[in-house]
Design a protein around this ligand. Structure first.
Ligand code: PMP
Length: 340
């Protein structure tokens, strides 16, 4: 019998997808790691499993305990699955700007959800601080602290990175992805840099409203957060501990406007049959840009973080897209997919 052990055993080992149309258009290999195939539906299943297993190993949580997190959604969904599978209680604090689909799903998975006003990290009422305080008041509870608990980046260093290296048979010219906690970029980036003796270029992709593009391209200038993006789960106002484990190893950063991300989201559906979320679309825009920088024949990998299912009431609604000024960014021949 060839079986894996429950939810935690079924996370990872996702396919690497050759994106045919974009590869042909660029004369490069554009490859996407299909993280939407994880059992909880996103890249964050890896961090959720990694963080909980690490806490168990350190004796920080015992049977019957409570797992508390501040999360924009996908980490919470991953944690809610892990908690059901392992018999823990799951409590999630999240900004009240997130999609209803994600809140509903968390509750269906048995998590207790507290949507709180979306205030900046500096404000003590920010969802992360509320999660921390809540966990501190309980016995046998952990605050998983996905932003600054480096068990997150480590999970990618020991799973996502090695998988990409194996799947490309050790030839990756570039890797690029956006960051929320920075766990994916730092963990994969560190692994690929080490294995390639520094040859693999590692780039960060940033949406509007995030400070990391400026931080990386100016050599460390931290600016005020301005602007916003439709991409959920990515963008940052600071260098988290996870990102900090690798930020000096980055080769550069790319800024991707929402107009390009939304057009790519529809392009991926039309040409590849991939129904992906906005952070994935942004990553693919960045992968194409990096491939063009690295030249014809280059092989660039990015991450297909999650599917569009969790955001479809927004991303496929004409009224919503118009309210964000993005409907016109969708090429005319692709507007037939805007059915809501
Ligand atoms: N895309 C989506 C949809 C996410 O939910 C997240 C995590 N918040 C990311 C990308 C970024 O991943 P990471 O936290 O590893 O930087």
């Amino acid at each position: 019998m060839r079986a894996v052990e429950g939810f935690t055993g079924s996370v990872g080992n996702t396919p690497l997808i050759y994106l045919k149309t974009l590869s042909e258009q660029t004369g490069c290999s554009i490859l996407g790691k299909a993280e939407f195939q994880n059992p909880g539906g996103s890249i964050k299943d890896r961090a959720a499993v990694g963080i909980v297993l690490d806490a168990e190993k350190k004796g920080l949580i015992k049977p019957g305990g409570t797992v508390v997190e501040g999360t924009a959604g996908n980490t919470g969904i991953g944690l809610a699955h892990v908690c059901r599978a392992k018999g823990y209680k799951c409590v999630i604090f999240m900004p009240d700007t997130q999609s209803q689909e994600k809140i509903d799903l968390l509750r269906m998975l048995g998590a207790e959800v507290y949507p709180v006003p979306a205030v900046p990290y500096e404000n003590p009422r920010n969802y992360n601080h509320q999660a921390k305080e809540y966990a501190q008041k309980l016995d046998n509870a952990i605050w998983t602290d996905q932003f600054d608990n480096t068990a997150n980046a480590y999970a990618h260093y020991v799973t996502t990175g090695p998988e990409i290296w194996d799947q490309t048979e050790g030839r990756v010219d570039g890797f690029v992805c956006s960051t929320g906690t920075g766990g994916t970029l730092a963990g994969v980036g560190k692994y690929l840099k080490e294995k390639s003796d520094g040859k693999t270029q590692i780039w960060l992709a940033d949406p509007p409203g995030s400070v990391l593009y400026t931080y990386v391209s100016s050599g460390g200038k931290l600016v005020e957060r301005t602007g916003s993006s439709i991409t959920e789960g990515i963008g940052q106002g600071r260098v988290t501990a996870n990102l900090g484990t690798f930020i000096d190893g980055l080769d550069g950063a790319l800024h991707v406007p929402d107009e390009q991300s939304i057009a790519m989201l529809y392009e991926l559906l039309d040409t590849e049959g991939l129904y992906v979320g906005a952070s994935t679309a942004l990553n693919v825009v960045a992968a194409v840009e990096l491939a063009r920088k690295l030249g014809k024949g280059s092989r660039v990998v990015t991450v297909l973080c999650d599917g569009a299912y969790r955001y479809q009431s927004r991303l496929f609604s004409k009224r919503w897209l118009q309210s964000k000024g993005l409907f016109d960014a969708i090429p005319e021949h692709l507007r037939k997919y805007v059915v809501l």
